[in-house]
Design a protein around this ligand. Structure first.
Ligand SMILES: Nc1ncnc2c1ncn2[C@@H]1O[C@H](COP(=O)(O)OP(=O)(O)O)[C@@H](O)[C@H]1O
Ligand SMILES: [Mg+2]
Length: 684
């Protein structure tokens, strides 16, 4: 029998001559009896024999006595399940080639514990005589030089045949084994093919080495797959949870995937969307064509997205997906509804209302009536006109109405028509498109109407709105849509308008400063706020609350106050109303520097104030006589309109209960009915 049994160069031949099985057998005898190595023994076998000798392995045994318990074996098989699953098909394949020739294929862990064997049953039986069975260890130091044990000790493939085995009982075997490396370069096991020593052939080792290479390849593919799966899961989670709508298309624009955010924007479920064309959903086709045909990305473009219930203006970005050759194979498109972005802007730009009804201080009858009306207004969506002198709380009321309405989660946008330069009012209200005037921002800018969509727009000082902008405002109120200056796209806006003015609007109409049609449109519900001079009864309460608030704000203890101070304050005219009242209190607290507040701390103009004798204190400034003359009829009409509005408000307040309204007005029911008839208010 010729042994050509190594992958090492020169293996199987010594000095150019073939080594016979008989030579090895006598060399083995020499080593066992005299511990001498003869030159017919290959160096790797010689080294192994020496290791076995040193470890005191019994050369006449060769039966493994290091065997795992059932539980230990179970734990090992569980731990190595991945390797076993990968190796098994390769082992079966190997075995198919040698089936019936007395060979078995075995898999061990990195310590030589057998984990899996496939083979002819007779050979398996013979193997089990040596405890070459599952759970038994075939390390060198247990059973001497052998395929698996020596391959693991050398960390290299090896074939061990006949008398090359250190132990006599294994001399009838030929074993070809190779260690299996894992993806990070550590040994994770070994594969062996064993059969009768008379069937020794160097190709056997080649087959084992090839199988091991394939197993290692499979291990690394599996590992890469695992990593890819993890990465994919992670990416999927991101796609599922981001608030941007994401649409993935193929090369031709067929939608392949959408995330839940996109489903929400489009108002349809994934399966209804996938398979259709992206062009059916995005209106600006040019951007999409460029993206898919030329691979040109776009960023933050305003597109109309066709949702199930109409079109939704969105901010969109798109990026091509390229294959390994760099050609476009699809696209990822992000969509984000503009109203969501506007809400975000509003949140960060402080466009929200802070006051609510509970912040409104006062027990005055007129004030409470205003609060009741405002509460009523909060419940519906109609436009509100707040009338009152400066500082009477018009903005406070506007915010409270907003916060009490169904729009409380939407934006509250305020714009002071009196404080913005005439020429900017238009662009502030309606926005503009890029390039519509010099100094216009790139990409244009939304106006207050757009920003307030879904919420409330507070038009302060509406009486100061230049007449030329009033038509445009009226049109927006009628059509509920705006077109940006320099643009042609119609944008739907859903806005509740609250206006405020300290002017006598009917008079402004009479004077020709305010459009009558706009006045009627805004004057759906008018709430008049009493001036402070008409709320003397509230001054002690206001004093108490603001006094404490100001001290707290300044971090100082609340000082005592001379009661005469309050009565003096009650008799002042308060042209600046609550705002002035707050300022005066603050000044007094600062001047008094913690001492009791006395008359000496009051500003001169208040102490010396004397009301003009006989003048009835009016809510609105008296109207200029010449205008009255010119516009007599108009004014009569408008005053009547005011009265009418007041009556409607009262009826609304008492839910149409005529007796209560009459009682509150101090008139009889009959006179009330007469008045209703004159004002053309019918009670249906
Ligand atoms: N009824 C009220 N209760 C409490 N504070 C008020 C009241 N009315 C007005 N204020 C205070 O007065 C200030 C001015 O009110 P504001 O609403 O701006 O007046 P207007 O818009 O009528 O000029 C507010 O900052 C608020 O603190
Ligand atoms: Mg104001």
């Amino acid at each position: 029998m010729i042994i050509q049994a190594s992958n090492e160069k020169g293996g199987g031949t010594v000095g150019g001559e073939k080594t016979s099985a008989g030579d090895i057998a006598s060399a083995w005898k020499t080593f066992i009896s005299k511990a001498q190595i003869t030159e017919v023994v290959r160096p790797e076998i010689a080294h192994s024999w020496q290791r076995c000798h040193q470890a005191g392995v019994d050369p006449f045994s060769g039966v493994s006595h290091l065997i795992l318990s059932r539980d230990q074996l179970h734990a090992l098989l569980t731990k190595k399940r991945n390797l076993i699953d990968i190796a098994r098909p390769f082992m079966s394949n190997l075995y198919r080639f040698v089936k019936g020739s007395g060979f078995i294929v075995m898999l061990s862990d990195e310590q030589g514990y057998m984990m899996e064997t496939i083979g002819d049953s007779e050979t398996q039986e013979k193997a089990s005589e040596l405890n070459l069975i599952k759970g038994a260890s075939w390390q060198e130091r247990v059973v001497g030089t052998n395929g698996i044990g020596t391959a693991l000790a050398m960390a290299k493939p090896i074939q061990v045949s006949g008398a090359e085995h250190y132990c006599k009982k294994v001399h009838s075997w030929t074993c070809s084994a190779a260690p299996i490396y894992d993806e990070i370069g550590g040994i994770t096991g070994a594969l062996q093919m064993s059969g009768p020593s008379c069937k020794t052939h160097q190709h056997t080792l080649g087959m084992v080495v090839a199988a091991v290479k394939a197993i290692e390849e499979q291990i690394s593919i599996k590992q890469r797959n695992r990593e890819l799966t993890l990465l994919n899961n992670r990416l999927n989670n991101i796609v599922l949870t981001v608030s941007d709508g994401i649409i993935v298309t193929g090369k031709e624009g067929v939608i392949e995937q959408v995330n839940p955010a996109a489903e929400k924007i489009l108002g349809k479920k994934g399966p209804e969307i996938t398979g259709s064309l992206i062009r059916d959903y995005l209106e600006n086709a040019a951007k999409i064509e460029e993206l898919l045909d030329l691979g040109k990305s776009y960023k933050e473009a305003e597109l109309q997205v066709t949702a199930h219930n109409g079109s939704v203006p969105c901010l969109s970005s798109g990026k091509p997906i390229r294959d390994e050759h760099g050609s476009v194979s699809g696209a990822v498109i992000f969509i984000n509804p503009l109203h969501k972005i506007k809400n975000l802007i509003n949140r960060f730009s402080g466009a929200h209302a802070t006051f609510s009804f509970k912040d409104i201080i006062g027990k005055n009858k007129q004030l409470l009536k205003a609060v009741d009306l405002a509460t009523l207004a909060a419940g519906n969506n109609s436009h509100v006109l707040l009338q009152g002198e400066s500082g009477t709380g018009k903005e406070v009321f506007a915010q409270a109405i907003h916060n009490h309405s169904g729009r409380r989660n939407g934006p509250f946008i305020a714009i002071n028509c009196g404080a913005i330069p005439r020429e900017l009012i238009g662009s502030e209200l309606f926005g503009y498109e890029e390039g519509s005037f010099t100094g216009a921002h790139r990409g244009g800018r939304p106006g207050k109407f757009e920003l307030a969509s879904g919420g409330t727009l507070f038009l302060d000082e509406i009486g100061d709105m230049p007449i030329e902008h009033q038509v445009a405002l009226l049109r927006v109120l009628q059509d509920k849509q705006v077109t940006r200056i320099g643009g042609n796209k119609v944008i739907l806006v859903d806005v509740r308008i609250i206006c405020a003015t300290n002017k006598n609007l009917p008079l402004e109409v009479a004077k020709g400063n305010f459009r009558q049609d706009l006045f009627y449109r805004l004057n759906v519900m008018t709430i008049t706020l009493p001036s402070l001079r008409n709320r003397q009864d509230d001054i002690p309460l206001l004093f108490q609350v603001f006094f404490r608030e100001i001290c707290q704000k300044n971090g100082i203890p609340v000082p005592q106050a001379d009661p005469r101070v309050i009565s003096t304050l009650q008799h002042y005219s308060w042209p600046g109303n609550i705002r002035e009242f707050q300022n005066i209190l603050e000044r007094m607290i600062n001047v008094a520097q913690g001492q009791e507040i006395g008359l000496e701390h009051l500003p001169e103009e208040i102490v010396s104030y004397r009301p003009p004798s006989g003048s009835a204190q009016e809510i609105m400034p008296p109207s200029p006589v010449d205008h009255l003359k010119n516009n007599k009829i108009k004014i009569k009409e408008l005053l009547e309109e005011n009265e009418r509005q007041d009556m409607i408000n009262r009826l609304l307040l008492y839910h149409g209960n005529v007796s209560q309204v009459a009682k509150e007005m101090g008139i009889s029911r009959t006179s009330l009915y007469k008045r209703l008839k004159r004002l053309e208010i019918s009670m249906k």
